[in-house]
Design a protein around this ligand. Structure first.
Ligand SMILES: [Zn+2]
Length: 469
């Protein structure tokens, strides 16, 4: 702004000579400059070079263990040293100017594939990888430590947006979880109101065009606004990986909490468009963006919220009837109850075993939503809690979640509801709650009829009784 004002002033003063362009902004050089090169021969690898600027940290860490064993450190005079990675970390000598290491992708195909540590490679020279398995970062992740990062050898889609110079300008903090990363493949963008999805397509679907895939994702992302007033991030990245030999729309979906978050969706390569449109996985993953991350991890809240709203949103958007959605939710609750086999909510939280933890969390979400609506004469609901939490930062705790529930309800309800559920068999009270809402399970699904809390049920699923008869 200041530079612009000076240029304008010089325009007025100097009528003879054309004005000189403003000097380039003098950004201080970054503490760390990363160059990542995707090499294919003799084996697919990532070669990483990190140049340390002045005041660069000396302590480095790999977020995930076991990916890299040694790192070469070069002093300012060119002397090379091999540093062994111990306890995920290295400490470099003070005069270290450059770090180099190689991450061989094929040899990392071990452990659980959903760690994405070896990368999922398609026959089309495209790769889906988790950054935390291979990208070294400062041990102390201070937001003030500036990092510049560039990628060579493949077109990459990282969680961050490159600057006009093609480089990524991030902070050490951004490298703690460097999210899902796509190398190669094709790109498209889904434009939403006030947000954009940058999408990597890492293979070719047999029955679905790229444009249809992107439009499908756009539609699912639009549905997030049935829960939050706006899409929770101005931009996120999504990688779609078509799994060969599969026809089902939903093979796997996952969000990584990079900043901003990044999503991977594994879809059957032979899936048809109508199967994608019937599936709920993409919606579920995108709905995870509506809540903060809970520290320590609380899957019964985060998975509960995503599972609960996945069902409701499909009715709110009109993609499914209210009956179908309630029938699905009850099927899930019964699955959870069968898994619980008499365990309390506390015991299920301790086990944290899917899918029961998802469904017991969804049931508690329903209990909270109904309680908030009863307390506020149906003026507010659980989604207002998410809206409130979004103003409080990207992470939260169980206590802060409870406080937000109480604030939205206008009175303390969270602790009493939780205490009641923690020590009795999970899903206790389900039948009574459904009866209050006017939802009656039948052998073939459910029927919906007028009941004490019909008006709350209409607010939850968004469908008036007149529409569903
Ligand atoms: Zn989930």
């Amino acid at each position: 702004m200041l530079a612009l004002a000076m240029v304008l002033a010089s325009c007025r003063a100097e009528t003879v000579r054309p004005p000189r362009p403003p000097p380039p902004a003098q950004e201080p050089s970054p503490a760390l400059r990363y160059t990542i090169t995707y090499v294919r021969e003799p084996e697919p690898s990532l070669e990483v070079e990190v140049v340390r600027g002045s005041d660069a940290p000396r302590e480095f860490l790999f977020t995930q263990e076991g990916g890299v064993r040694t790192v070469q450190a070069y002093s300012r005079t060119g002397e090379a040293r091999v540093l062994q990675v111990e306890d995920r970390g290295i400490s470099v000598p003070e005069d270290t100017r450059v770090l180099r290491y190689r991450y061989a992708l094929e040899t990392r195909r071990r452990g659980r594939w959903w760690n994405f540590s070896g990368g999922l490679k398609t026959g089309e020279d495209a790769l889906l990888l988790a950054g935390r398995s291979w990208l070294i970062r400062p041990r102390v992740a201070e937001p003030g430590v500036r990092v510049e990062l560039s990628v060579k050898g493949a077109d990459a889609l990282l969680p961050w947006q490159p600057g006009p110079d093609g480089q990524y300008h991030v902070s050490a903090e951004d490298l703690v979880d460097s999210g899902f990363q796509a190398f190669g493949g094709r790109r498209c963008q889904a434009q939403l109101q006030g947000a954009v999805l940058d999408i990597a397509i890492l293979g070719t679907m047999t029955h679905v065009e790229d444009a249809q895939l992107c439009d499908w994702l756009r539609q699912r992302a639009e549905e997030v606004r049935y829960v939050r007033s706006r899409f929770p991030f101005p931009r996120i990245s999504v990688s779609i990986y078509p799994v060969p030999g599969r026809e089902d729309a939903n093979v796997f979906g996952m969000v990584m909490w990079s900043s901003p978050p990044s999503v991977a969706l594994l879809v059957g390569q032979d899936a048809r468009l109508d199967a994608l449109h019937r599936d709920w996985t993409a919606l579920h993953e995108l709905l995870h963006l509506t809540h903060p991350t809970f520290v320590p991890r609380a899957a019964w809240i985060s998975e509960g919220l995503a599972t609960y709203f996945t069902e409701l949103v499909q009715a709110r958007s009109g993609r499914m009837s209210a009956e179908a959605v309630w029938a699905e939710m009850i099927r899930g609750f019964r699955r959870g109850r069968a898994q619980a086999a008499g365990q309390t909510l506390q015991e299920m939280i301790d086990d944290s075993a899917p899918p029961g933890i998802y469904w017991v969390g969804a049931f508690f979400s329903l209990r909270l939503d109904v309680a908030i609506r009863r307390a506020t004469h149906n003026a507010r609901g659980l989604q207002d809690v998410l809206e409130l939490l979004a103003t409080q930062g990207s992470t939260s705790t169980v206590d802060a979640y409870g406080a937000a529930v109480d604030a939205v309800a206008g009175k303390p309800i969270f602790r009493a509801l939780l205490e009641e559920d923690l020590h009795r068999p999970a899903f206790a009270g389900l039948e009574g709650l459904l009866e209050d809402l006017g939802v009656t399970p039948t052998p073939g699904g459910v029927t919906i009829q007028p009941a004490r809390d019909s008006v709350l049920r209409e607010a939850l699923d968004g469908q008036k009784a007149s529409r569903i008869q």
